[in-house]
Every structure is written in structure tokens, then in C-alpha cells.
Ligand binder design. Structure first.
Ligand code: PFF
Length: 442
């Protein structure tokens, strides 16, 4: 359970609560969800298994793990790419984590329930345009992440995830019930259940694939790094399926917590990344007029859930870099944490400023924050996943793969599943990824 909790802690995060609902909103509701589920089962789960096999068989940080399979410069580059990606992600991820702290503070100060919905309109833009406060909260969030990671894997990460993941599930179920009782929420339920295929384009597929990779933390060295700590008698297939299922379930619950509330407030579901931060305060304030206590409790729990989910993921993102620096570069754990705090804190600060003073700075037509997010999920993670799947499916000897997945032939069920897993790893996953990438580029 501790293994699944740690993997699920990495998987369940802002991707589920913040990213998934707005992507569903932008891409036609249920149609996007169906494509997303299919990708998770057919492509992402095998990639997860590939990465966990690479990690556990090497018992080393992700640079070294990749280096065992591909010696020389190329292996070095692949490995470093997988160390770089999570550090790139955690920089902007912790900006959003910082927003969740600010909103949690506002919820505790009863700011949402005391304001009228009109006073709250545009609140997110006002918050984000004042540059210092978001930067301060971003650094506070990074600081908390660094503190947990500094305690190490067993005392910090495992302990934290073991209590926080069950707590998160309880919170989100409460919020679904709350959301479904709001007036007019059934339109949101309909949106989540009735597919509108007319909104599906090539971009929907790449968005769904990117989200599936993002949500399961694939192609980032995280699964490799965490798996290197997994004992030889654990069942990797069970850990993979357990993680994928809990991640899917949590994303769906988050969808049912947020979109019915969005519809109830009469807000446009395709509002993009600011969706939950724009709409939730508005919803809490409207409800406060009839049920102030319920609305207060719900607002605090909501932002608490977002904060905890973000933290369990950012911990995993940072751990990849810390494992590399301590195992390969001779750093003490504490110093590795400090160095990464400075680097990621600085880049995250620039991302945060891209909503205010740096909004005119554009790369490929995107502000820095959007550029960081789209390069991470649509390029770096896809590339990392492709590398993992090719390494496990084609480079690693078939016998070694079988040995890891079945614990030396002991796990009979896994042995029976092996031909299917191998087929998915060798053919379906790489070809599927390549086709999707080409279709989005052409
Ligand atoms: N999986 C996390 C989420 O869904 O929020 C985010 C994440 C963690 C993305 C780790 C990438 C990653 F490497």
C-alpha cells in the first residue's frame, strides 16, 4: 500500500483537479474523457510498467538507470533529459501550488463567503497581476516541498503520502456530493456523460495523450526513480494498475466536483487554466447567501484538497533531481534540496511574472508559463515516454523484462499477461505515440 500511495501521490495532483476539468471543458466533455481513459489503459499503463521495470531492475537514479541500458553519450543524454523534465515541471507547477495556498488562506479568512459574486468577478486576474504575492506563495510552496523531500524517502515522502492520499479521496467525495446538490448542476453531469464528438479534433487526441502522461507522471524519470526504491518482492503490475485506476478515479471525481459547479454558476467550461480559480470562489460566494457554514467548510476543504494533491506530486518531481545529485554528484541531500530550490524557484518566478509584468514576453506565441506547460506535457514527457518504452520493449533483454514483471517467474498471473504486455510495449505504445505526434505536427 505504501508503494501504491507514493506512486498515486505523484500521479494524483493538479493534473487531476486543475488541468483535467479545464481540458474536459475545452474538448467536448465526455468525448474527451473516453479518449483519455482509452489512452490511459492502452498506452500509459504499459509505459508505466516499462518505467517501473527500468527503475527497479537498476536500483539507481534515473540517469544511471537509463545509462545501464544505453551506454555512452546517447544514454547520458536520455537520462539527463529525464532528470531535467521534472525540474522544468516543478518550477511552474509550484506556481499553481502557490495559488492554492493563497486561495486556502482566503477561504480560511472567509473572503469568499463574505464577498458578493460581483465583487469576486475578475479576482484571479487581480491576484495574478500583483506580482509579489503569487511569487511569495510560489516560494512558500517550493519551500514546503523541499522540506518534505529533505526528510528522505521513508520518513518524508512515504509517510506523507500514506495519510494524505486517503484524506484526499474523502475530501473529493464530499465535494462531489456538495457540487451535485447545487441548483442547475445536472447540466454539468450531462456534459460529463454525453459525448459531443463534433468538438473532437486532432488536437483533442494530443491533449488527451499529454494529459494522460502528465497525470501518471510519465516520461519524467519519476516512475523510474520511485521504482528504484521498490523491493524485489513487490508486484509491479499491481502497483501500476492500482496507480492508474486510482488516478483515473480521482480525475473523474474531480470532474464531477468541478464541472457541475461550473455549470451551476453559469460559467463557460472552456475558460482554460484559470477555470477553477475563477469559478470556485464565485460558487462559494453565491452559495453562502443560503448556506454560509456549508459554503465555508466546502471552500476550505476544496483548496486544502488542491494544496495536498499538488504537494504530493511536487515532492515526486523534486525527488528525481535530488536522487541524481546525491547519487551521481556527491551532494548531501540537504544541499541538493537547497540548490534545486534556488534554480526552480527562480525559473518559477519568471513563469509567475508571465501573468503580469512579463506578459508581453512570448515564445512560439505563448507566455512563459504556457510555454513551460505545453513543452513539458506535449514534448518532453512524450519524448521521455517514447524513450522508456523503446528501452524496456526493445533494448532490455526479454528475459530480464519477464524476470522483473513476474519476480523471477513467481507471479503466475503476471507471467500469463506477459505476452500482452510485451505486445503493447513493443508495438502499440511506440507506434501510437509516434502517430499522435505526427498527426499533431502535420
Ligand atoms: N502527475 C501530477 C499531476 O497530475 O498533477 C503532476 C506531475 C507529477 C507531472 C510529476 C509530471 C510529473 F513528472
Amino acid at each position: 500500500m505504501a508503494v501504491i500511495a507514493a506512486f498515486a501521490g505523484s500521479a494524483i495532483g493538479l493534473g487531476n483537479i486543475w488541468r483535467f476539468p479545464y481540458l474536459v471543458g475545452e474538448n467536448g466533455g465526455a468525448a474527451f474523457i473516453l479518449i483519455y481513459i482509452a489512452f490511459t489503459l492502452i498506452l500509459s499503463l504499459p509505459i508505466f510498467l516499462a518505467e517501473s521495470v527500468i527503475g527497479r531492475s537498476s536500483q539507481a537514479n534515473c540517469r544511471a538507470a537509463v545509462g545501464f541500458l544505453v551506454p555512452g553519450r546517447v544514454g547520458q543524454m536520455f537520462g539527463l533529459l529525464m532528470v531535467f523534465t521534472p525540474l522544468w515541471v516543478v518550477s511552474y507547477y509550484s506556481v499553481v501550488g502557490g495559488w492554492s495556498i493563497d486561495y486556502l488562506v482566503q477561504a480560511c479568512c472567509l473572503d469568499f463567503v463574505h464577498a458578493t459574486p460581483d465583487q469576486l468577478a475578475g479576482g484571479f486576474e487581480r491576484f495574478i497581476a500583483r506580482p509579489w504575492l503569487p511569487i511569495l506563495f510560489h516560494l512558500v510552496f517550493m519551500g514546503i516541498t523541499v522540506a518534505v523531500v529533505a526528510f528522505g524517502v521513508k520518513d518524508g515522502i512515504e509517510k506523507f503520502c500514506k495519510w494524505s492520499i486517503p484524506t484526499l479521496f474523502v475530501l473529493i467525495v464530499f465535494l462531489v456530493v456538495y457540487s451535485l446538490t447545487l441548483p442547475g448542476s445536472f447540466k454539468g453531469v450531462e456534459y460529463l456523460l454525453k459525448p459531443d464528438f463534433s468538438k473532437v479534433t486532432a488536437h483533442t487526441f494530443i491533449d488527451a495523450l499529454g494529459q494522460s502522461f502528465f497525470s501518471l507522471s510519465l516520461g519524467t524519470g519519476i516512475v523510474i526513480t520511485y521504482s528504484s526504491y521498490v523491493k524485489k518482492n513487490e508486484n509491479l503490475v499491481v502497483a501500476g494498475v492500482g496507480t492508474a485506476v486510482s488516478d483515473l478515479l480521482f480525475a473523474l471525481l474531480a470532474g464531477f466536483a468541478i464541472l457541475p459547479a461550473v455549470f451551476s454558476a453559469g460559467i463557460e467550461p472552456g475558460a482554460g487554466p484559470t477555470l477553477i480559480f475563477d469559478t470556485l470562489p464565485y460558487i462559494f460566494s453565491s452559495l453562502a447567501q443560503h448556506a454560509p457554514i456549508l459554503s465555508t467548510v466546502a471552500s476550505i476543504l476544496f483548496f486544502l484538497a488542491i494544496f495536498i494533491a499538488a504537494l504530493t506530486s511536487s515532492i515526486s518531481l523534486l525527488e528525481v533531481g535530488v536522487a541524481y545529485l546525491t547519487e551521481e554528484r556527491g551532494f548531501k541531500r540537504g544541499w541538493a534540496c537547497v540548490l534545486l530550490f534556488v534554480l526552480c524557484g527562480a525559473f518559477g518566478t519568471l513563469c509567475s511574472l508571465s501573468f503580469g509584468p512579463l506578459s508581453q514576453v512570448k515564445l512560439f506565441g505563448l507566455n512563459l508559463f504556457d510555454f513551460a506547460d505545453s513543452t513539458a506535457s506535449n514534448v518532453l514527457m512524450v519524448l521521455g515516454s517514447l524513450i522508456s518504452v523503446v528501452l524496456a520493449g526493445w533494448v532490455m533483454p526479454r528475459k530480464a523484462l519477464f524476470h522483473e514483471l513476474t519476480n523471477g517467474g513467481v507471479l503466475r498471473k503476471n507471467a500469463r499477461l506477459f505476452p500482452l504486455i510485451l505486445f503493447l510495449l513493443r508495438y502499440v505504445a511506440p507506434i501510437g505515440i509516434l502517430m499522435l505526434v505526427l498527426s499533431s505536427v502535420l
